[in-house]
Design a binder for this molecule. Structure first.
Ligand code: HEM
Length: 408
């Protein structure tokens, strides 16, 4: 067992986040990939000068994320904030940044809407949304930006329908979500964007209190009436579900399409098949290979704990780089290859432990319908620009592309 170093601010420490190689922007930073083999749990330096424990080994990642003494509480001293943030009022903290029992109390209020069975009943509606957007694409001009015309509207329309948020407001909530998930935004701008979204959701919760509909936000509002939830908690829950519900999936649709266009053999397998098992497997593999939550799962130790032969002291910050964990050759042979026929189901792209993605059945459904329909209906889909000119979201907390010009 190695004792944790108390002072390790030296410049020799690896830096997080590292830099992705221009040649393959689908791969995690090579310098960090090398750590997985040599130092799966090690000290690393953050750009703001702080130090954290960086976890790159798959087994160590699962051990950290399921450890009862590892906290997601963003207000705990030592928590490695992804971006500079001011002190937030309690009403502005989502349950993803809380520990049990508070986290469990809030998560349980909405988890019924995300069971596999409930989500599966939405398949025909999601298929209709995807088909209509593809009809519009085929009837419209070429080239077109696939992010704006397809990747963003699919999950935005779906989450609006589920929550009972008017889709007419999509420009407003997409713009403000973008500000929240960008790294190089000033604290003031991010706080203001969060405030605007909270105010908007608070207004909607107010409407649902008076005129409830058949939607999730109305169910959340009913908890306010029952005294189980404060109105601020309800509004913040709405912000979390709205932002998480469209940002991530939109990036997966666009980046997944780009990855497939760069791997024509893999794309041909998907295009030529309507086998639900192959499409579902391809979704898991793209989630593993692309792992868009590249800012890592952030945690802080509540007590001294020992994992992977290292002692993490109480109050020390931890970053679990799940994109690198998903490239562990001991779990996924030839991990840097995109292979839609492999069994990728053990990936950690949705996290692990009590905070594992609540919306994963919905994300899977949307991706299955989107990938399973787009390439079949537009078999000649192709990039309408040079690969080198595509703007990647290196500066985002969620990875993806800002634009994807395509033609057919
Ligand atoms: C491909 C799309 C998606 C990816 C890659 C993704 C990824 C993740 C990850 C990695 C976490 C764990 C956070 C942590 O451990 O700190 C998470 C949590 C969460 N996700 Fe997703 N997500 C996706 C789609 C969605 C959708 C569609 C929703 C629907 C509303 C959603 C709602 C949530 C919520 C509410 C949490 C917090 C869970 C908790 O703390 O208990 N996500 N997601």
């Amino acid at each position: 067992m190695t004792a944790a170093p108390d002072q390790d601010m030296s410049g020799s420490l690896p830096e997080f986040p590292g830099v992705r190689a221009a040649a393959c922007p689908f791969d995690p930073p090579p310098a960090l990939q090398a750590l997985r083999q040599d130092a799966p749990l090690t000290r690393a330096r953050l750009r703001d000068g702080g130090t954290v424990w960086l976890v790159t080994g798959y087994a160590e990642q699962k051990a950290v994320l399921s450890h009862p003494q590892v906290s997601s509480d963003v207000t705990r001293p030592g928590y490695p904030l992804p971006v500079l943030a001011p002190n937030r009022p309690d009403s502005a903290i989502s349950f993803v940044f809380m520990d049990d029992p508070e986290h469990h109390r809030l998560r349980r209020m909405v988890q019924g809407a995300f069971t596999v069975k409930r989500v599966e009943s939405m398949r025909p509606a999601v298929q209709r949304i995807v088909d209509r957007l593809i009809d519009d694409l085929l009837a419209g001009p070429r080239p077109v930006d696939l992010v704006e015309a397809f990747a963003l509207p699919v999950p935005s329309l779906v989450i609006c329908e589920l929550l009972g948020v008017p889709y007419a407001d999509h420009g407003f909530f997409q713009d403000n979500s973008q500000i929240i998930v960008k790294r190089d935004v000033s604290v003031e701008d991010r706080t203001a964007a969060g405030g605007r979204l909270r105010q908007y959701l608070d207004g909607l919760v107010g409407d649902k209190l008076v005129r409830p509909g058949d939607d999730l936000l109305s169910q959340v509002a009913a908890r306010v009436t029952a005294g189980e939830l404060t109105r601020q908690e309800a509004a913040q829950m709405g912000v979390l579900l709205l932002v998480a519900g469209h940002e991530t999936t939109a990036n997966m649709i666009a980046l997944g399409t780009l990855a497939l266009l760069r791997h024509p053999g893999q794309l041909a397998l998907l295009r030529g098949s309507d086998d639900p098992a192959l499409i579902a497997g391809a979704v898991e593999e793209l989630l593993r290979y692309l792992n868009i939550t590249h800012g890592g799962r952030r945690r802080v130790a509540k007590e001294d704990i020992e994992i992977g032969g290292q002692v993490i002291r109480a109050g020390e910050g931890i970053i679990v780089a799940n994109d690198i964990g998903n490239r562990d050759p001991g779990i996924f042979p030839a991990p840097d290859e995109l292979d839609v026929r492999r069994d990728a189901r053990r990936h950690v792209a949705f996290g692990f432990g009590v905070h594992q993605c609540l919306g994963q059945p919905l994300a899977r459904l949307e991706l299955q319908v989107a990938y399973g329909t787009l390439y079949r209906r537009i078999p000649t889909l192709a990039l309408a620009t040079e690969f080198e000119k595509i703007p990647f979201k290196h500066d985002g907390q969620v990875y993806g592309v800002y634009e994807l010009p395509v033609t057919w």
